[in-house]
Design a binder for this molecule. Structure first.
Ligand code: 4AD
Length: 440
């Protein structure tokens, strides 16, 4: 098969076809469909960088080539030689085919044009990844990575990655995956936050990006058991500065996606009106109390002492049609490490915010100012029955020149799901891990 490969200097990708109009080119990829009408055949073709069609006319190709074209089945890999032309009406480029070499025949490819149902598609995720919509969602995911990396570089952050094996829990202890680490129990990370807090004392402003794990029994279309989180942490930042930074970052991600992912968003048939509004207009900031009051005024039976429910988050997103920071949750429902204060009604609150996105995307970011006083944090650990010896190093961050600091975690797949408009978060990760559907 190797003999048929196109040499690097002749190789053209579909994404670059516009640079080769009227030139003869060679291109390698897969057939994903074929239509014919008499003496003309349209081969739908993809190469990983994009999609195009190759038009073969019986009168213009050798007879043996025409015969091969008649046998092309979906997902057969091929090399095509032809001349690039611009679609007469659309901003698309096609290839007027001259010859084709079959590299490897694909027989009875299980995914076709019919509606297979989600279960079938995810059981065959290795193959389903070849389809157009996963291509578009995963390209958007890649764009989000790039936006985040560029944004933090420009903001003067240092990427500082954190370990996956951790001896303690960062968030809810009931959601830990325990592993046997040479005879000692360890846990798969829920968030790199604690390590980032240590790192800012050396590097000032840091972020990490990696897989995190939650043994959460939530079977919703927003929950994965393995997902990618970006934790950012900043020395000398209070919660207000933290939220300002988050708003700038989310706007940057949206702007980049709207500008660079037009083809992908079109494949996903995404109406981008709200995304455009969110990229440009100021986000809303509401205290938890105000948000609950607004919900109560709109016929919700609310619990002022509790977290936001799924329905409440969805309603707030729909109501404002722009991301909303819900600030200062009751301390009781939040993690022990958050900075706290007592409000004018006597309720202990965390200096924190969850960022709720519209279009049913729900919470995309969780963040807070951290408790920076040694004794206060120690008392909270004791009050919540955490094993103090395990958290000693974390407490000690407050011992040697403690500073006001804040940070947040962005759920990558929640962000990708929102931008792509996909119904379920499993579409936003190449090989999803959820409570069900874990194959391949
Ligand atoms: O709000 P969370 O639990 O915050 C933390 O873990 C902090 N330690 C982060 C930090 O401050 N550095 O999670 C952060 C984000 C959520 O807002 C959500 O977007 C996403 O992670 N997330 C999930 N995404 C997919 N599936 C799940 N099961 C998720 N749980 C949280």
């Amino acid at each position: 098969m190797e003999n048929h490969l196109t040499s690097e200097d002749k190789k053209v990708s579909i994404k670059d076809l516009s640079k080769h109009v009227d030139s003869k080119i060679e291109i390698e990829g897969w057939v994903y469909n074929r239509r014919g009408s008499g003496k003309i055949s349209f081969v739908q073709f993809r190469d990983g960088s994009g999609f195009t069609q190759v038009i073969f006319e019986e009168d213009k190709v050798e007879s043996d080539i025409w015969e091969v074209i008649g046998t092309l089945s979906p997902e057969t890999s091929v090399k095509v030689v032809g001349t690039v032309s611009k679609h007469p009406k659309k901003d698309e480029y096609e290839i007027q085919g001259e010859s084709i070499v079959v590299l490897s025949i694909s027989e009875e490819y299980p995914i076709g044009n019919k509606d297979h149902g989600v279960e079938f598609l995810f059981k065959n995720r290795d193959l389903y990844l070849r389809s157009k919509t996963p291509w578009a969602s995963l390209r958007i995911r890649d764009q989000v990575f790039r936006s985040v990396t560029n944004f933090f570089f420009e903001e003067g952050f240092t990427r500082t990655d954190t370990p996956v094996f951790q001896p303690t829990s960062c968030e809810d202890t009931t959601e830990l995956f325990e592993v046997d680490y040479f005879g000692t129990p360890m846990y798969l990370t829920q968030s790199g936050q604690f390590y980032s807090e240590a790192a800012i004392m050396g590097l000032g402003k840091v972020y990490d990006f990696g897989p995190v794990f939650r043994a959460e029994k939530s079977k919703t279309r927003n929950h994965l058991t393995e997902f990618w989180m970006m934790d950012a942490e900043m020395a000398f930042y209070n919660q207000e500065m933290n939220e300002d930074l988050q708003e700038r970052m989310v706007k940057r991600i949206l702007k980049d996606a709207l500008e660079n992912m037009k083809e992908e968003l079109a494949i996903l048939e995404r109406d981008t009106t709200i995304l455009e509004k969110c990229a440009n207009e100021e986000f809303i900031r509401l205290k938890h109390f105000e948000a609950k009051k607004l919900l109560e005024d709109n016929e919700f039976e609310v619990d002022y002492k509790d977290d936001m429910t799924t329905d409440e988050e969805i309603w707030l997103g729909n109501h404002f049609q722009i991301p909303v920071f819900i600030e200062d949750y009751p301390f009781e429902v939040k993690a022990f490490y958050m900075k706290s204060y007592v409000d004018e009604r006597g309720m202990k609150r965390a200096k924190c915010a969850d960022l709720i996105a519209p279009e049913e995307a729900r919470e995309i970011i969780g963040g807070s100012q951290r408790e920076d006083e040694y004794e206060t944090l120690k008392s909270e650990l004791l009050a919540r029955d955490y094993p103090l010896e395990e958290y000693e190093w974390y407490l000690n961050i407050r011992k040697y020149g403690s500073v006001v600091h804040s940070g947040f975690g962005l759920g990558l797949e929640r962000m990708v799901k929102w931008i792509s408009g996909e119904h379920h978060i499993r579409e936003a990760i190449p090989f999803p891990r959820t409570l069900v559907l874990n194959r391949p």
